[in-house]
Design a protein around this ligand. Structure first.
Ligand code: NAP
Length: 251
């Protein structure tokens, strides 16, 4: 048996149309999983890559700003691909402003997608796993700002720090059901999320200078970590966070 095989598994990945979510969806498919994507933008390129890997793909169109679509998401994936074995909570957003000027709207928008919907989508997936008496894997996408304060991103830091605590709590409650809940903390990656940061040449240089690996991450750098945390190889790994950061946190 290959402990990294996802043959016969169904994975649900949020925000899989681009960036880290797209790379993780493709990595899961290449390891053998059928993939459902949930998000608001058509993941056409991801669909093509998943199918090219020989796996089934289904997109559930939904905005994750609120928890309203959660029941319909679960129902659609079960109908199209079967029960969900793996959930990757990847969709996330960021708003930048000085803390003195930070608006309630920017607070709520980020906390909603990055933390509240993550909890209720995880709860819905876990309830079905428990009902079906099936083991499962939940992988949350944390951040360096799960550990550090950051600057000008109050709601993002609060959401990602909260997500790390939530990962541990859910692991404590759900390990007994055979559900592994863990997180990946990406360092600085080249995606839409960091366009503004990379456009600031001074910040861009400062960041690279502090990364031991000497470069920004590219989305495919997450492939090994997500397959590990989704596969039998991590069956005794609960409530941990795996930084994939080119050494940033070790610095
Ligand atoms: P990205 O390219 O901006 O992707 C974000 C994804 O989340 C997109 O698919 C986006 O959909 C989706 N999303 C955002 N708000 C949504 C909403 N309300 N409803 C549904 N989907 C929504 O950025 P990324 O870097 O790949 O980010 C993926 C995750 O990694 C996020 O949780 C982010 O915080 C985390 N992360 C990124 C880095 C980094 O350096 N890039 C570092 C640490 C953690 P649309 O395309 O439709 O907007």
């Amino acid at each position: 048996m290959n402990p990294f095989s996802l043959q016969g598994k169904v994975a649900l990945v949020s925000g899989a149309n681009t960036g880290l979510g797209q790379a993780m969806a493709i990595a899961l498919a290449e390891a053998g999983a059928d993939v459902a994507a949930v998000g608001r933008t058509d993941p056409a390129d991801t669909a093509q890559a998943v199918r090219a890997a020989g796996r089934r793909f289904h997109w559930v169109e939904a905005s994750l700003d609120t928890t309203a679509p959660v029941p319909a998401i679960i129902e659609a994936v079960e109908r199209e691909l079967g029960g969900i074995d793996i959930l990757v909570n990847n969709a996330g957003t960021i708003r930048r402003n000085d803390a003195l000027d930070f608006s309630e709207e920017d607070w709520d928008a980020v906390m909603g997608v990055n933390l509240k919907t993550v909890f209720f989508l995880s709860q819905a997936v876990a309830r079905r796993l428990v009902e079906r008496k099936r083991p499962g894997k939940i992988v949350n996408i944390a951040s360096m700002l799960s550990f550090q304060g950051g600057i000008r991103v109050a709601s993002y830091t609060a959401s990602k720090s909260g997500l790390l605590g939530l990962t541990r709590l859910l692991a404590n409650e759900w390990a007994a059901h055979g559900i592994n809940v863990n997180a990946i903390a990406p360092g600085y990656f080249e995606t839409n999320n960091t366009t503004a940061l990379r456009a600031d040449e001074k910040r861009q240089r400062e960041i690279v200078a502090r990364i031991p690996a000497g470069r920004w991450g590219v989305p495919a750098d997450l492939a090994g970590a997500v397959v590990f945390l989704a596969a039998a190889a991590s069956d005794y790994v609960h409530g941990t966070v795996l930084p994939v950061d080119g050494g940033w946190l070790a610095r």
